[in-house]
Design a protein. Structure first.
Length: 143
């Protein structure tokens, strides 16, 4: 099994066109390479659609791909992101590796529990940060 990893954040990359319930792993190396190609084509299509919208004399935000094109062309800190999405959009920031090579990177965080208000320290997988699996996230206690 293979996964596509964002080199900058070391998190597993999810294709923008892939359904949220689909797995992020691929059975073959060729399938993973195709996933990178689909990602690059998607962002190129988004930028082209915004340019086409501007050419028609409309505002750029009237394009359905406005936010994706903005991600693919803007500076990393301009919209609050901590990493450069442009390297993901052109494919240079993505790396294919096996699940065994990737392992499960862990991160230790300390914060205030939204449930009890106590200060807690948790160690969770890097891909589970700010999801419903994160004890420091309010949705962990509401599901």
């Amino acid at each position: 099994m293979f996964v596509i990893v964002n080199k900058e954040t070391n998190r597993i990359h999810r294709e923008p066109t892939r359904k949220s319930y689909r797995s992020t792993s691929y059975k073959t190396l060729a399938a993973a390479k195709a996933g990178v190609t689909r990602t690059v084509k998607y962002y190129a299509k988004a930028v082209a659609d915004v340019q086409e919208t501007l050419a028609r004399g409309e505002k750029d935000y009237q394009s359905r791909y406005y936010y994706d094109a903005r991600d693919a062309t803007s500076e990393p800190s301009e919209y609050g992101r901590g990493y450069d999405m442009r390297v993901v959009a052109d494919g240079s920031g993505l790396e294919i590796m096996t699940l065994e090579e990737y392992g499960d990177p862990q991160v230790t965080r300390t914060g205030r529990s939204p449930y009890s208000g106590e200060t807690i320290t948790v160690t969770i997988g890097i891909n589970d940060v700010n999801t419903h699996m994160d004890p420091l996230c309010e949705s962990h206690y509401t599901r």
